[in-house]
Design a protein around this ligand. Structure first.
Ligand SMILES: Nc1ncnc2c1ncn2[C@@H]1O[C@H](COP(=O)(O)OP(=O)(O)O)[C@@H](O)[C@H]1O
Ligand SMILES: [Mg+2]
Length: 252
């Protein structure tokens, strides 16, 4: 399996709070890596550092053969960092389909000049994007909701739309921040199946999740973070049985 994402010595502090303390992390194509740890451990911050929401103080972040460190969010999205957000960030007043159509940052129509000079190619790109969005919705059994307003669908469906939007990226890396929080039933199964399929198709997936059975169901390996540091990494069963984790995470 080829390395998709490689972090070396990544550091970040906010004032006196160290959220990322010399993090080394490698994720490979086809892997589903669980990222677990107590609230405030720095899990979301790590996703923010990888996707470029905040710059790292030190260290390098490499995606494939491209160094991401120093690049802004949109450039990293273009290079193939796709993510979902712990707090969903959907456009509530727009339809499910429109939320997905906004996603691709390399959309030709985003440049006004291209819009004026290259009408047909913009239209073709938009049609292709629309077709991709419908394909993803069909896989998620959400096709019937394509034109529904995001405010009018259930919470579980909104979480799926968050994933659907991330999947508009064809990039090699998928970061999922608590995808299962508040999700149950059909939406749970769909979420699990889609994540599995994406990894089987070769994406590298990293998933932050407190739902231990979801981690067990899905992940090959997991890392345990606390106070900005990776304390353990290993196969899921061994990791979940670790004493450090029991003390720091489950409070036992
Ligand atoms: N932009 C920021 N400015 C200041 N502090 C932040 C910022 N982002 C996160 N933090 C702090 O970093 C710590 C880790 O937060 P976070 O990464 O969200 O943890 P987790 O996702 O593991 O619960 C928390 O103490 C949080 O308050
Ligand atoms: Mg978080």
């Amino acid at each position: 399996m080829t390395t998709v994402l490689n972090l070396k010595g990544v550091c970040k502090r906010f004032g006196g709070v160290v959220v990322s303390d010399n993090i080394d992390l490698e994720i490979r194509s086809g892997e589903i890596l669980g990222l677990i740890g107590p609230n405030g451990a720095g899990k979301t911050s790590l996703f923010n550092l990888i996707s470029g929401v905040v710059p790292a103080d030190a260290g390098t972040i490499v995606l494939g053969d491209r160094t991401l460190t120093g690049l802004p969010l949109y450039a990293r999205a273009r290079l193939g960092v796709a993510r979902t957000w712990q707090h969903m960030r959907l456009f509530g007043s727009l339809s499910v389909l429109d939320n997905m159509m906004i996603a691709p940052s390399h959309y030709p129509g985003e440049s006004l000049w291209r819009l004026i000079t290259a009408g047909p190619s913009v239209k073709r790109a938009e049609a292709a994007t629309r077709e991709r969005a419908h394909g993803i919705l069909a896989r998620m059994k959400l096709e019937a909701l394509a034109d529904a307003n995001v405010n009018d669908i259930t919470f579980g469906q909104q979480k799926l739309v968050g994933l659907a939007r991330a999947l508009m990226s064809e990039g090699p890396l998928l970061l999922l921040d608590e995808p299962m929080a508040g999700v149950e039933g059909m939406a749970y199964e769909t979420m699990r199946d889609i994540v599995r399929e994406e990894a089987a198709a070769g994406r590298a997936v990293c998933v932050v999740e407190h739902n231990v059975s979801f981690i067990r169901d899905l992940c090959n390996s997991a890392v345990f973070m606390a106070q900005g540091r990776i304390l353990e990494r290993g196969d899921v069963t061994t990791l979940l049985e670790s004493k450090t984790l029991a003390e720091l995470y489950f409070g036992q």
